[in-house]
Design a binder for this molecule. Structure first.
Ligand code: FAD
Length: 480
């Protein structure tokens, strides 16, 4: 390599991999010894895939701020640019004279833009290199015996485990060669106005998890040390902190599954395998998304295309605002709005309620979650919605309908979760907490609950809604 060639920088793209450690693209660029330009591009209207929702933008603001500090400290300041990724990269190559662009692979529809970028850069003599991203497996490499993608989780998980030898995570570089020869313009985070203002619904967001790579590692170690032991049991109870709360870190790539495997396997305690199986669902969902990029738009099981979803804007609004009259559903929807996160058990209950009790299309729920979850994930969100609706791969059958009263009583028996997020029914005894409309008048009065005034009556009757849902389902099986 000539001296001129050696001084030409490598651009490293940061997207859904907001980390310095176990970052293959960054590590490989560092190994070349050439100067590095790390860049994050805010692509609000990507050509392929969807832009982030509101809660993710909040997370992005804080996570990019920390990444920027870390890269500054290592000697290669992060450049912030806005626009279509491929246009911005081409412009930046021109401005900097970069001879290479490196990135970690994405497995959502945005990877089409990356494929195009690779082609265009190659045609212009620029080295374009992509590296394994945030999955334990490359979706192209794991197939059934017939050479087709897996559609059943159990078989996928067995195949993954049989072929899986998770590599050790890569260390964070101790120092990076920055590119300081020319003045490249960078936006500021403040320019981007990512934080919600009207209304600012983010004030409770950092209560459950704090954005950034440092907090991600603290959360992982904290979970493995203190809660992995009881994970299998405790993960089901929304009133307890029983699960890892790592989802937003994985979704933004502040943490990789390789790092999770390493820490969990080194611990040997408790329900490590059960926990890694959940991480396996994430792999499965990305596998699905890779092979079906329109997962958030169309049913995996095409027989659901004929499902008679109802247009019910008032009911949808009641669900979104946590005012359905079913306390466990309302607690979940309010937890989501207030904290940007919702417990898995309650995601199942609220999702099932929307789709089966209200007969509202799963895509409405998926869109709402996409906008309001800090861990909104292009694979996990639509795959789980389709799982609930029954239209997904290896999905729960539609006719399995959650009873929100029994679910509440079973998983929030002491009412700690509902009382926290639905304070207006907090004074009710446990016996009536999950079905306030059954409480005698004197009990309601004592608890200061006035149904229809301080707390809504149920938007639908459970038994009637169940019957209606089953009829709707049967109509798609037998025809009109
Ligand atoms: P833990 O129980 O500690 O699990 C550890 C990790 O395993 C999670 O962080 C996640 O990465 C993965 N995981 C756990 N459960 C699942 C699952 N069912 N499917 C796929 N991966 C899983 N998860 C998201 O990351 N983003 C989403 O947008 C998302 N949307 C969902 C929508 C619905 C309707 C439902 C029912 C579930 C959704 N999930 C989503 C899956 C699951 O609810 C969350 O991953 C989990 O609640 C996150 O909390 P945790 O990190 O404490 O989970």
């Amino acid at each position: 390599m000539s001296a001129k060639q050696a001084s030409k920088p490598t651009i490293v793209l940061f997207r859904d991999d907001l980390r310095v450690a176990d970052n293959h693209a960054l590590y490989a660029a560092h190994e070349t010894g050439k100067p590095i330009i790390p860049v994050f591009i805010l692509d609000h209207h990507p050509q392929h895939g969807r832009g982030p929702g509101g809660a993710r933008l909040w997370w992005l603001h804080h996570s990019v701020a920390e990444l920027s500090d870390r890269l500054d400290g290592l000697g290669a300041p992060l450049l912030l640019r806005r626009g279509r990724q491929n246009d911005v990269v081409r412009q930046l190559v021109g401005e900097s004279g970069a001879s290479a662009v490196y990135w970690n692979r994405r497995y959502d529809p945005a990877n089409e833009a990356d494929a195009e970028l690779k082609r265009v850069l190659g045609e212009n003599g620029i080295e374009a290199k992509s590296f394994e991203g945030a999955l334990l497996h490359e979706p192209t490499q794991l197939t059934t015996g017939a050479g087709t993608p897996y559609k059943v989780f159990g078989a996928f998980w067995r195949a993954l485990n049989n072929s899986l030898h998770p590599r050790d995570p890569m260390p964070a570089p101790k120092k990076l060669a920055g590119f300081n020869d020319r003045k490249l313009q960078s936006d500021t985070l403040a320019d981007w106005k990512l934080l919600p203002t009207n209304p600012d619904w983010s004030t409770g967001f950092d209560e459950f998890c704090k954005p950034g790579e440092t907090a991600a590692h603290e959360a992982l170690h904290d979970f493995v040390r203190a809660r992995l032991q009881d994970y299998g049991e405790a993960r089901n109870f929304p009133g307890r902190k029983g699960s890892s709360q790592l989802s937003a870190y994985l979704a933004h790539g502040e943490l990789t599954p390789f790092q999770v495997h390493q820490v969990v396997n080194a611990n040997h305690a408790g329900d490590g395998q059960g926990f890694l199986r959940e991480i396996g669902w994430r792999e499965f969902n990305y596998h699905l998304l890779f092979h079906k990029p329109d997962l958030h738009l169309s049913n995996v099981d095409k027989s659901f295309d004929a499902f008679p979803w109802q247009s019910a804007p008032d009911a949808l609004k009641a669900w979104q605002r946590g005012r359905t009259g079913y306390p466990i559903v309302d607690a979940g929807m309010r937890q989501l709005w207030q904290t940007g996160w919702m417990h898995n058990r309650v995601r199942l209950i609220t999702g099932s309620f929307l789709v089966k009790h209200l007969l509202i299309d799963w895509r409405e729920g998926e869109r709402w979650f996409w906008d309001t979850l800090v861990d909104a994930d292009p694979a996990n969100n639509p795959a789980n919605w389709q799982w609930i609706a029954g239209s997904g791969a290896d999905a729960a059958p539609f006719f399995r309908i959650f009873n929100p009263i029994l679910q509440g009583e079973k998983f929030d028996g002491d009412g700690s979760y509902v009382r926290r997020f639905v304070p207006e029914v907090a004074g009710l005894p446990d016996k009536y907490l999950h079905k306030p409309w059954t409480a005698p008048a004197n009990v309601l009065a004592k608890a200061k609950v006035e149904l229809g005034k301080t707390y809504p009556r149920p938007v639908v009757d459970h038994a009637a809604a169940r019957t209606q849902a089953l009829e709707a389902y049967r109509s798609t099986r037998n025809g009109p």
